[in-house]
Design a protein around this ligand. Structure first.
Ligand SMILES: [Zn+2]
Length: 397
């Protein structure tokens, strides 16, 4: 599916500039998890093979043809399987970015590819889905739109950028405008959102995870991305004493149970559609691992086959939990040891030979790609940086 970029082709983002939905006569979403995984694996393999320069030149990935009918508003006529899968990928990417404290990038994806919120007009504009499937039977657990819709919402706890100042005995939370950044997330102005207070010093929620504050209807409480934080957030109960420096974290508005294995619709779980859920978790774990991990391989004498010295660090101090990404994840540690054979590369190969090996790796072998990425991005050998390594990275990746 990889294809060189050609001018005149529209990107996924451009196609979604005005929202699109399926016409009634179109067939419904029908891909199973294997088909969805195939698209993600192929996209990821493309990224590894083409876009690992230290610069910004990303080679585009060809998603295939999508036929649209512009006559009555924009409708997808063909491509709904890929659009649905790309929506789930976008949601997983958004949440992986939030969980790794890249909230601004996550908001960008939310607005451009998933569901846009506009609070900046005099008239109320409801949130607008970028891509909508058929809702048939309407609001029913068999409807593919109903099964997709929870992923567009806030699944993970999201930092707002606001930080508390010290105060006591009031029905509001006071904001320290010097410590706070601009607002990092948009919330529909009609939503009375809930929040928690994260203490970065203790790495715990202030008063525990149960200590949820509910906002009241008040124009101070409207959150719009990139706006200045208000001085106060009004809440529905009296607050005793709040210290300075706590992060205000939006609580998710989607229900799902821990380690969800649901297969039927439940009141407290929106993630009952098994293939969607498993695919979302699969992609999110993958991305979190790629963002946070730094794979290390420290050979003592050149690079040897069957060398068990590769490790992966996942370091995270944020209020949003990572999904339990690697199957190798032991109970608590930050370092994961990968018991995987390192390809036979002894002695240190020439740049041309490494490039040859990269090209020969099977697409399914994700760990080996990561391995090479780490070796090439941090190309130390015997404590010295390899000659011309940046040139090689540029030309190979
Ligand atoms: Zn569940």
């Amino acid at each position: 599916m990889a294809h060189p970029s050609t001018s005149g082709l529209e990107t996924f983002e451009e196609l979604l500039k005005s929202s699109i939905s399926l016409p009634k006569y179109q067939r419904d979403f029908a891909w199973d998890i294997e088909k969805m995984k195939q698209l993600w694996d192929d996209l990821r393999a493309h990224l590894f093979a083409h876009s690992q320069t230290l610069g910004n030149s990303l080679e585009k990935y060809y998603l295939g043809a999508a036929v649209t009918d512009d006559s009555k508003g924009i409708k997808v006529v063909d491509g709904q399987q890929r659009f649905t899968t790309m929506t789930l990928i976008s949601c997983a990417l958004r949440d992986a970015l939030i969980a790794t404290e890249n909230v601004k990038d996550a908001h960008d994806i939310q607005q451009k590819l998933i569901c846009s919120i506009s609070n900046n007009t005099s008239e109320y504009v409801p949130p607008k889905n970028k891509f909508t499937l058929l809702d048939n039977p309407e609001g029913h657990h068999l409807s593919s739109e109903y099964r997709l819709s929870p992923y567009r919402d806030r699944i993970v706890e999201t930092p707002t950028g606001m930080i508390t100042s010290e105060f006591s005995d009031s029905k509001f939370i006071s904001i320290d405008n010097d410590l706070s950044s601009k607002i990092l997330w948009s919330v529909d102005e009609k939503e009375r959102w809930d929040f928690l207070l994260w203490d970065s010093r203790t790495k715990e929620f202030f008063g525990g995870r149960e200590n949820v504050f509910q906002t009241t209807k008040n124009e101070n409480n409207i959150l719009s991305f990139n706006s200045n934080p208000p001085n106060k957030i009004f809440v529905d109960r009296k607050v005793d004493v709040i210290p300075q420096g706590l992060k205000i974290i939006l609580v998710n508005n989607v229900n799902w149970c821990p380690n969800c294995k649901c297969t039927v619709k439940k009141r407290d779980c929106d993630f009952f559609a098994k293939d969607n859920r498993n695919f979302y978790l699969y992609v999110r774990a993958d991305i979190e691992q790629l963002i946070l991990s730094e794979k290390k391989y420290s050979p003592t004498k050149g690079i040897a086959n069957n060398h068990f010295s590769t490790s992966l660090n996942l370091v995270q101090d944020t209020p949003t939990k990572l999904v339990e990404s690697a199957s190798q994840f032991p109970k608590n540690p930050k370092e994961i040891i990968f018991y995987e054979d390192v390809p036979d590369m002894e002695p240190w190969p020439s740049d041309g030979e490494i490039w040859g090996m990269i090209k020969e790796f099977p697409k399914s072998s994700e760990n080996r790609h990561v391995e090479l990425k780490a070796s090439l991005r941090y190309p130390f050998y015997n404590g010295k940086i390899r000659k011309k390594c940046h040139l090689m990275i540029q030309s190979c990746m």
